[in-house]
Ligand binder design. Structure first.
Ligand SMILES: *Cc1c(COP(=O)(O)O)cnc(C)c1O
Length: 360
């Protein structure tokens, strides 16, 4: 029986041919015309005015923090359930992540709690639209504006996800999408930084290229690092981006099929997701005993993955104070089922029948 991975990348002949043609054309490999084209496609799709592509989603978040002047002594609110990138990047920028419990409704940062947790030191809020769920991000945006707090959207998982007609990642001062190999589209590694602010855009362009105004001119009015992309990756990303609508549609179908096939299993809970607007990236289910189910699935050649542990429980954040009841519960019960675009309906039926066996 073939092993079904929890997640694997999906690409084909178009990507192979595009990379081959690019190499044959004698392209210069580094961050250049193909990267500009990739950025333009992301602007067109998301409606962002500006886009800067960089080496990863994590680095995109770092550029966002630097461009918005988040620094030592500042505090940044971060949800307690997210990929560790969200909080580690705050540490890299020299600031302090302050963890906020999540909402049981959408696994995003609890906005009411976030509002109450703001202090004089709160410079920014890092809002994560986990698995494409937006929460009331417009309300948060208004709050941040009123309080003069920077809003950075970690929309790493949210390509293909909208809220009230606007793509996620375009609500914040800056928003970031990831193209790591498990995300909706991939360039191997990679990330896109979105903003509607020209000054912020120009700052990020300089930050990612040693503070220069232009490649080949070694005048440095600004600090900067090397976080440039490569055209080799852009060529791959462009082919993936051409298929983004179909990929998003298929993710929604996969989610709906799981939901339908598992609806009779009373132990399994799905958290509401608005499939009209959101693209589920991973299939997340909530069960009393995710570890036991994971083990059973593995025995039947099916991969799955426990949802992120609440970040405050990680050894690297062991000094965190506070209570995080919702985050703790979500992390205790959550499991990601196979979610790749390589899945066939037949695969999903097989997975669901194994799950039903486990619970019968
Ligand atoms: C994937 C991911 C990141 C990091 O993106 P990379 O491209 O892997 O660096 C950050 N935040 C969240 C929520 C993610 O899912």
């Amino acid at each position: 029986m073939k092993f079904i991975h929890q997640s694997e990348p999906f690409y084909g002949e178009n990507e192979r041919r595009a990379v081959y043609d690019y190499l044959k054309s004698g392209g210069w490999l580094t961050d250049f015309k193909k990267t500009r084209k990739f950025e333009k496609m992301i602007c067109d799709y998301t409606g962002a005015k500006y886009c800067v592509v960089t080496t990863s989603g994590f680095v995109g978040l770092f550029l966002a923090l630097q461009a918005m002047d988040v620094k030592r002594g500042d505090e940044v609110l971060v949800p307690d359930v997210t990929m560790v990138a969200t909080s580690n990047v705050v540490v890299l920028a020299g600031a302090k992540p302050v963890f906020i419990d999540v909402s049981r409704e959408n696994i995003c940062m609890d906005i009411d709690l976030a509002k109450k947790s703001v202090t004089k030191k709160t410079k920014a809020i890092m809002y994560v639209s986990l698995n494409g769920r937006s929460g009331r991000i417009d309300e948060l945006k208004n709050f941040c504006k009123k309080k003069n707090i920077v809003l950075i959207e970690d929309a790493a998982q949210s390509l293909g996800s909208f809220y009230r007609g606007k793509h996620l990642g375009t609500y914040g001062d800056v928003g970031v999408i990831s193209f790591s190999s498990h995300k909706l589209i991939t360039s191997g590694q990679g990330g896109a930084v979105l903003t509607n602010n020209k000054k912020v855009y120009e700052r990020i362009v300089r930050l990612k290229d040693y503070g220069r105004l232009q490649g080949g001119e070694d005048y440095h009015p600004d600090w900067g690092w090397n976080f440039k992309f490569t055209d080799l990756q852009a060529v791959f990303g462009i082919e993936q981006m051409k298929k983004v609508d179909g990929r998003s549609r298929r993710k929604k179908e996969i989610y709906s099929l799981y939901q339908r096939l598992l609806s009779s299993v009373s132990e399994i809970k799905f958290i509401k997701i608005d499939l009209e607007n959101a693209t589920p990236w991973f299939i997340d289910i909530f069960v009393p005993n995710p570890r036991a189910l994971k083990k059973y699935l593995a025995k039947h050649s099916i991969g799955s993955r426990l949802i992120y542990p609440a970040i405050h429980t990680q050894p690297i954040y062991k000094n965190t104070k506070g209570n995080f009841p919702a985050s703790s519960e979500i992390s205790r019960r959550g499991l990601w089922l196979p979610s790749s675009l390589t899945l066939t309906d037949k695969d999903i039926k097989r997975i669901c029948s194994v799950i039903k066996d486990f619970y019968s």
